[in-house]
Design a protein around this ligand. Structure first.
Ligand SMILES: [Zn+2]
Length: 224
């Protein structure tokens, strides 16, 4: 199976949510074959197999993924409910890795940089684009096993509050669901200066952790 790196990125961010999970080291290697967990059919177990990656093109980045968390969007596309099934797919877009190589014209990343793929990339020149703009360089001291969640879930939650809802200082915010995205949304409300941050969740055990992210009132619809 061949995955062209550019179409992989395009598909990740615009069409079919495909992303490459590399297990074998690509650093200092010309080997274009990597191992990946491939979804061949909706709801069927993933198959670990070798996939071939096409040579890097201009504007592309090859990222050696070291850690990935399972975003619910991956589960959604794996289940293929509510959208056109498109297989094979490789999941794991919420990830952290090291830049293995960069294509012609890529100047903000170099091999060895720690980086995160980001769901909605920016080239800096157009409103929406992919390629290298979908890879964000991060502090080399950052622990990739932990910061990989910044690649999707945290950006989604924090951005929903800070960039979309934009609560004013002193306002009240209700957050439905206190998973990773919800906690990040709470953090966004806290940063924005919201005074009442109401967490709504069916799992009461989540409330304790949520306090650390600014949630100061709790509602469990099953109990309250
Ligand atoms: Zn995601």
């Amino acid at each position: 199976m061949k995955f062209h790196s550019r179409s992989t990125w395009h598909s990740l961010f615009t069409r079919n949510q495909t992303f490459l999970i590399c297990k074998k080291s690509l650093l200092n290697s010309l080997n274009d074959v990597v191992e990946a967990a491939v979804a061949w059919e909706a709801g069927k177990p993933l198959v670990i197999e070798e996939v071939e990656v096409a040579p890097l093109q201009a504007g592309e980045v090859r990222l050696k993924i070291l850690f990935t968390s399972l975003c619910h969007t991956d589960v959604y596309f794996w289940e293929a409910k509510g959208q056109t099934p498109l297989f094979p797919r490789i999941f794991g877009h919420e990830a952290g890795g090291i830049v293995e190589s960069v294509g012609e014209g890529v100047t903000h990343l170099k091999p060895g940089d720690k980086a995160l793929p980001v769901f909605t990339g920016e080239c800096g020149e157009c409103p929406h684009l992919v390629h290298a703009g979908c890879v964000a360089k991060i502090n080399p001291e950052a622990p990739l096993d932990k910061v990989c969640i910044l690649s999707c879930g945290i950006c989604t939650g924090l951005g929903a509050t800070v960039n979309v809802a934009k609560p004013k200082p002193g306002s009240s915010v209700a957050i439905f669901g206190l998973g990773a995205v919800g906690l990040a949304a709470a953090e966004g409300a806290r940063i924005s200066g919201a005074s009442r941050i109401i967490g709504v969740d069916l799992v009461s055990s989540r409330f304790e952790l949520a306090k650390k992210f600014g949630v100061n009132e709790f509602v469990n619809p099953k109990v309250d």
